[in-house]
Ligand binder design. Structure first.
Ligand SMILES: Cc1cc2nc3c(=O)[nH]c(=O)nc-3n(C[C@H](O)[C@H](O)[C@H](O)COP(=O)(O)OP(=O)(O)OC[C@H]3O[C@@H](n4cnc5c(N)ncnc54)[C@H](O)[C@@H]3O)c2cc1C
Length: 135
């Protein structure tokens, strides 16, 4: 069964992974010419940790995780900001994972590019370029 997925962000590749595992042939169409990079840190919590664990992606995500080192409180004009250092042990105690969205998008794409077909918009011109990454 072919399944068309719109968007190669976070949800699209994650859905492609699970559909491919179930025997479907996912085709992910992306209106951008390539994976959209950029973004700040996003948190993976609760069920999301279980899901990436079942996908076998937990080690890669843990390796790419970011850590809160300092909490800065910006105050009114003229007053210097307050900087609070977060002990490393404290930030690592949590089961939650913080990762830059860009890294997460690439991890999910890399995990699915052999199982799904990705079609990105051609950089110039109206017709899509087919970036085939089939099994
Ligand atoms: C570049 C970028 C940076 C971001 N940075 C942050 C961040 O720092 N922190 C945060 O909390 N959230 C951020 N977001 C918001 C983001 O929506 C969520 O964090 C999370 O990525 C949601 O995943 P998603 O797959 O639902 O949507 P997205 O990650 O937004 O992915 C949707 C994808 O679908 C594509 N698309 C949309 N419409 C169509 C269409 N009609 N046809 C084909 N493709 C289509 C888009 O180009 C995009 O690549 C960012 C989103 C983007 C795109």
């Amino acid at each position: 069964m072919d399944v068309l997925i719109s968007g190669a962000g976070i949800a699209g590749p994650a859905l492609a992974w699970w559909l491919a595992r179930g025997g479907a042939r996912p085709v992910v169409v992306e209106r951008a010419a390539a994976l959209r990079t950029g973004g700040h840190a996003v948190d993976l919590r609760g069920a999301a940790i279980d899901v990436v664990s079942q996908m076998g992606l937990l080690p890669a995500i843990q390796a790419a995780r970011t850590e809160l080192a300092t909490l800065s409180i910006v105050r009114s004009a003229g007053k210097p900001p307050i900087a609070l250092s977060i002990p490393r042990a404290l930030s690592q105690r949590s089961r939650d994972l913080e990762i830059v969205r860009d890294e997460l998008a690439h991890i999910l794409y890399d995990a699915t590019r052999a199982r799904a077909e990705y079609i990105f918009r051609r950089a110039r011109g109206p017709r899509p370029a087919r970036a085939r990454h089939l099994r």
